[in-house]
Design a protein around this ligand. Structure first.
Ligand SMILES: Nc1ncnc2c1ncn2[C@@H]1O[C@H](COP(=O)(O)OP(=O)(O)OP(=O)(O)O)[C@@H](O)[C@H]1O
Length: 323
């Protein structure tokens, strides 16, 4: 959808941008949290970043937003051709205007949830602060209120809402200015299954009418499948799997199958590149073994079927002979 009637600030993002994260490392007080992370997202696609708590997912999203800088001498993060940490402050602000953000369960920048004003006033706020016409504010803000199921609580203060509804309020604000990049950090955090499903549905609805690239972190396999075009798995600060969602999450349905598929990679992720190529060989062998197993099962099933048909035709012949 084309951006219209934007009254303030230069729009650095005028369409869904490509994202390139190239060999990015980040350390805090000598501890390396991200270790040579490289990922790419094509314009308009959704990348879901998964991994257990503390592996650096939030840190990566904060680098993407220019809230943290990569370590000296490590790589770059590029959004729509702009190297984020090289942008002067005014341009970084312009870039952020085109980004819808949910960090740590609430939005930041000019779209954070304010406790002292109603849900409706909260959703209107980013548009008001940017000086849009009243008709545009009403139209866009109400559309997001409906998409995120907030119409019934429009006049309530955020503090009186359930945590699931507050999360949807924060998300509605992230989407309200039709962003070209969405960075949503763990939108399902601390939510039960029902709330997570409602959140997924709302994001899907809102996502359908923005021309945006989306990066989303989560722990939830169902959410990743529902929203992700691609999935990256981070363990110990390294990307250990990256590709189309169906391929990366093939056969993963719960914590056990997750562990079976990815947990063994953690020890490799903590070691060197030689081990990582071993890791890839192990994974390829695992897949090939799995294909051979299926081929063997199919052959046995066909042989069983052929034997059954032979037996049955023998029985039928005997019946005809008897008659
Ligand atoms: N500003 C900071 N100063 C020091 N350590 C930090 C800082 N920010 C993050 N860390 C550390 O970096 C590590 C990765 O944190 P991060 O929040 O990126 O993980 P995560 O994968 O997003 O976890 P979760 O899934 O629980 O949100 C943690 O050990 C955290 O304590």
């Amino acid at each position: 959808m084309a951006r219209t009637n934007r009254p303030t600030g230069a729009a650095l993002l005028t369409t869904a941008p490509a994202i390139e994260i190239d060999d990015v490392s980040k350390s805090f007080e000598g501890d390396r949290v991200l270790d040579g992370v490289s990922l790419t997202v094509a314009p308009g696609r959704t990348l879901v970043i998964m991994g257990p708590s503390g592996v650096g997912k939030t840190t990566l999203t904060r680098i993407l937003l220019g809230l943290e800088t990569p370590d000296d001498g490590s790589g770059d993060v590029t959004v729509g051709g702009h190297v984020v940490h090289d942008l002067p402050p005014a341009q970084l602000r312009d870039l952020r205007r085109g980004i819808g953000v949910l960090l740590g369960g609430t939005s930041i920048y000019d779209s954070s949830v304010f406790g002292s004003i109603s849900a409706w006033a909260n959703v209107r706020y980013p548009l008001e602060s940017r000086g849009y016409d009243e008709a545009v504010i009403e139209d866009r803000a109400w559309r997001r209120m409906v998409e995120f199921d907030l119409a019934d609580v429009a006049h309530q203060l955020p503090g009186t809402l359930s945590s699931g509804t507050r999360r949807r309020l924060a998300l509605a604000k992230s989407f309200v200015d039709d962003p070209h990049l969405l960075v949503l950090d763990d939108p399902g955090a601390a939510m039960d299954v029902t709330n997570r499903r409602t959140i997924v549905e709302s994001i899907r609805r809102a996502r359908a009418d923005v021309d945006a690239t989306m990066i989303l972190t989560c722990h939830d396999i169902e959410m990743a499948r529902a929203l992700g075009d691609d999935v990256a798995v981070i363990l110990a600060g390294r990307v250990v799997a990256f590709g189309p969602t169906a391929e990366i999450l093939e056969g993963v349905v719960d914590a056990d199958t997750w562990d079976e598929r990815f947990a063994f990679r953690e020890s490799f992720a903590q070691t060197d590149d030689r081990s990582r190529s071993t890791l890839d060989r192990v994974e390829t062998a695992r897949r090939e073994t799995s294909s051979w197993q299926w081929a063997t099962y199919l052959l046995l099933a066909l042989m069983g079927l052929a034997t059954l048909i032979a037996l049955l035709s023998g029985v039928i012949d005997n019946v005809f002979t008897f008659l």
